[in-house]
Design a protein around this ligand. Structure first.
Ligand SMILES: C[S@@+](CC[C@H](N)C(=O)[O-])C[C@H]1O[C@@H](n2cnc3c(N)ncnc32)[C@H](O)[C@@H]1O
Length: 277
């Protein structure tokens, strides 16, 4: 039993919460995450004026739709940043986009899916990389679809406005090129020519995807680390079904398709190309 001044979270209750998280999101929480879960959910108990974790579990187990989403939002880890793992965006602009433009000369379309977009920094960086190499895709219809499970993240991403500390590590030239400063420089708005390439929506990777392929590029970075291997296998199989031979898949720095999928070949640092028919 974990004891604090206000609430107890028993092992049975923690295991029930872990099972709910896994069933709803695919996220596998180890025993070591008990304090983290406690810290994130205690705010929900206070907001709802509940006395025990048992009451909270009853509430979400009854499929209280609003609270189930709040529960999921509280559990997700949304760490992200502009130009995170920046070598991926260099590769996208310098070689992946020119290669796909040649391959898609017939359709003159490019479709990119950012499948765990968090608060939007990643898909906007994709759009910045696209704008930076715009002559390479002149005359093409290019769109970035950006989705995430967490509704608060998607709402933030749609706004496209970031506090100054979210851009403080970017070179000044990058800030000036892709953002408009809000009065007082306390926040920065992504420029319309970047934002206009991206469409946001809420989507759970564990559910059905209302997405029509083929997708030329999928970003699926720093999310499958939270899924077990079986969930990863199913996920990448479904992603491969949405891509043609030559489609690209970008994973996070600590993620791999080794022993997970044979439908892609490794072509760069956690960058894969779809193989086979
Ligand atoms: C650590 S962030 C990574 C964000 C971004 N891809 C990056 O690399 O900077 C992980 C994101 O995955 C999302 N996520 C977790 N489980 C998900 C699921 N089942 N479906 C869709 N998104 C999920 C979380 O809400 C969170 O925003």
């Amino acid at each position: 039993m974990m004891r604090t001044k206000d609430f107890d979270l028993s092992e049975v209750e923690f295991n029930r919460l872990r099972a709910l998280v896994h069933a709803k999101t695919g996220i596998s929480l180890s025993q070591a995450k008990r304090e983290l879960v406690y810290g994130r959910l205690v705010r929900r108990l206070r907001a709802l004026k509940l006395g025990t974790f048992g009451e909270y579990i009853s509430l979400i187990s009854d499929e209280h739709p609003g609270e189930m989403q709040e529960f999921i939002n509280a559990i997700t880890t949304n760490l992200t940043s502009f130009y995170r793992e920046s070598h991926h965006f260099d590769m996208l602009a310098e070689s992946v986009i020119p290669e796909l433009v040649r391959a898609n000369a017939g359709t003159r379309k490019l479709r990119i899916w950012c499948s765990a977009c968090s608060t939007g920094e990643e898909p906007y960086t994709i759009a910045m990389a696209l704008r930076a190499c715009a002559p390479a895709w002149a005359g093409f219809d290019v769109r970035v679809l950006a989705t995430d499970l967490d509704t608060n993240c998607v709402a933030h991403a749609k706004r496209g406005v970031y506090a100054a500390d979210r851009v403080k590590d970017l070179p000044r030239a990058t800030i000036e090129r892709w953002f408009d400063a809000e009065p007082g420089r306390t926040a920065y708005r992504v420029r319309p020519e970047v934002a206009s390439l991206v469409t946001f929506g809420q989507l759970n990777l564990m559910d059905a995807w209302p997405i029509r392929g083929p997708l030329d590029v999928i970003f699926c970075r720093n999310v499958v680390i939270y899924f077990d291997k079986d969930a990863q296998r199913r996920l990448f199989d479904r992603m491969a079904d949405l891509q043609r031979e030559g489609g690209h898949l970008f994973l996070g720095h600590s993620e791999t398709l080794f022993k997970v999928s044979t439908r892609y070949e490794l072509i760069g640092r956690t960058v894969y190309r779809r193989v086979g028919p």
